[in-house]
Design a protein around this ligand. Structure first.
Ligand code: ATP
Ligand code: MG
Ligand code: MG
Ligand code: MG
Length: 475
């Protein structure tokens, strides 16, 4: 099954069962939702319905939503299953069916739509939590037993894994996940789903939205019990296409191959090369979709997320030996692969090309200089027998040369050296204070700010954006 077929199989399955098909919303959340920088789950655009603030267009909905997960940026390429940008398929019930109904649909589609062997499916459910005052989710266990899942393949998991919350406030509830057992080639006989092992591939999360977490009353029951599910299209592609990782599936292999072509390296050659080729494939896809939805590189908020993946991709490309401007080559291929399902890629082609080219041209110079400086710093640290690099060096790289802290930290870690993050943050705070008193606190935005960053160096160097990583979780 191709990725396009997976998408259609899912959406038509639910359409045939009374769900209204909704188009994907933008990666940029609507103005009413300041809790997230980027859409990280299919339920985000539907939040007002879940909260009972607006009437849903129908009680049963289904969608394929574009999502982007900032917290996963660092692990892309090191696991078989994590991407930054991906498509999340979902079915939603607004006060209509609840646990039993959601479980029956998921089971039926897994077996009859996607052709799974029932013995390869494992289930996790919420084990309860004292602080929340909740016991194990017996209702979910019974629902799974009712469709025929033996109790041995239902595993209890803690709040950290199986209680879903979009942030400190908002709708939430216990969840139940479906895992595909990839067999003993991928792990040990006593491995269980819900951990970090790769034997069990999580492909679908069913969230039973029962509560609203509010700052005053803690957990209060929602006006109606809702279902929110998320199935990762690319993980289903791994299972359907029998590949080891998401990067060999049909949406990714052509991008990995472009990386091979441009660098003369071979996928499978070494862990470092594979990781770099995977990061390139993932990040170029992500940046293409972000720009198509109107995000432009900047030093703040979602513009910084975009800039961060652009710079990481540029650095990885250079480390593979790719010369010249290459980001636009990748975005063209992304558009070839995904443009039929996402016409905005065609519509925004010029803008995508322009922003990718601009960032690559300006950061290319910064990167060369910064990398040279960083290797001097590494050599010095080694000579002095130090275990890490101090805040002054890191700040100078960032502030004077525009070399991002995230990148320094990552490259230093590869050399086995630590970074004084706390000291760096202190220097950053001091600098913010200085620029606030000097300029009224507002940095120039848009293209003007972007150009002056590289024209003047000093005070407009990129601000490292933190704080949203923990917020951005979702189905
Ligand atoms: P994991 O434990 O593997 O990190 P998760 O529990 O964080 O996944 P959920 O928040 O439950 O994922 O998201 C719903 C579904 O979206 C997952 O079951 C999975 O199929 C898919 N998914 C989640 N994160 C990613 C990612 N980074 N890349 C690709 N697919 C993902
Ligand atoms: Mg995750
Ligand atoms: Mg998980
Ligand atoms: Mg999950």
């Amino acid at each position: 099954m191709t990725s396009d077929e997976i998408r259609e199989t899912f959406l038509s399955f639910f359409e045939q069962r009374g769900h209204r098909r909704l188009p994907s919303a933008s990666l940029v959340p609507a103005a009413f939702d300041p809790s997230v920088l980027l859409t990280t789950a299919g339920m985000h655009p539907l939040k007002p319905y879940f909260l009972g603030q607006e009437a849903p267009p129908a009680p049963r909905l289904t969608s394929c939503q574009k999502v982007f997960r900032t917290p996963d940026i660092d692990i892309v390429g090191t696991t078989t299953r994590h991407l930054t940008f991906f498509e999340m398929l979902g079915n939603f019930s607004m006060g209509d069916y609840f646990k039993q109904g959601a479980v029956e649909f998921a089971w039926d589609l897994s077996l009859n739509g996607f052709g799974f062997d029932p013995e390869q499916i494992w289930i996790t459910v919420f084990e309860g939590d004292d602080e929340l005052g909740l016991g194990p989710d017996e209702e979910a266990i019974s629902a799974w037993e009712a469709v025929g899942v033996p109790r041995e393949r239902i595993v209890l998991c803690p709040r950290s894994e199986n209680f879903w919350q979009a942030g400190p406030i908002g709708p939430c509830g216990p969840c139940s996940e479906l895992y595909y057992d990839r067999g003993l080639d991928w792990g040990a006989p006593d491995d269980l789903p819900g951990g970090e092992n790769e034997r069990f591939l999580e492909y679908w999360n069913l969230v039973f939205m029962q509560f609203n977490q509010d700052p005053v009353n803690d957990l209060t029951p929602l006006p109606a019990q809702n279902i929110d599910t998320g199935l990762g299209l690319n993980r289903m592609a791994v299972i359907q296409q029998g590949t080891d990782t998401v990067f060999e599936t049909d949406q990714f292999l052509p991008l990995v191959q472009l990386g091979e072509e441009l660098s003369g390296r071979t996928y499978g050659e070494s862990f470092e090369v594979d990781r770099a080729l995977r990061i390139l494939a993932d990040h170029t896809r992500g940046m293409t979709f972000l720009v198509a939805d109107g995000v432009v590189p900047s030093n703040e908020d979602r513009g910084y997320v975009l800039r961060r993946i652009m710079r990481r991709a540029i650095q990885q490309g250079r480390s593979l030996g790719i010369e010249g401007t290459f980001l636009p080559r990748f975005s063209e291929r992304v558009t070839e692969l995904m443009g039929a399902a996402y016409p905005e890629l065609h519509e925004q082609r010029e803008s995508i090309d322009k922003w990718l080219r601009a960032e690559e041209e300006s950061f290319g110079r910064t990167l060369e200089q910064g990398t040279r400086m960083l290797s001097d710093i590494v050599a010095r640290a080694r000579e002095n027998g130090e275990e890490g690099v101090g805040a002054d060096d890191l700040f100078r790289l960032h502030d004077t040369f525009g070399f991002p802290f995230d990148l320094s930290r990552e490259l230093l870690a590869q050399e086995g050296l630590g970074s004084d993050e706390e000291g760096f943050e202190t220097l950053m705070a001091e600098q913010r204070e200085r620029s606030r008193s000097g300029s009224g606190g507002k940095r120039p935005g848009g293209l003007a700010g972007f150009e002056s960053l590289f024209g003047t160096g000093a005070s407009l160097a990129p601000t490292r954006f933190t704080g949203y990583d923990t917020l951005e979780q979702g189905t």
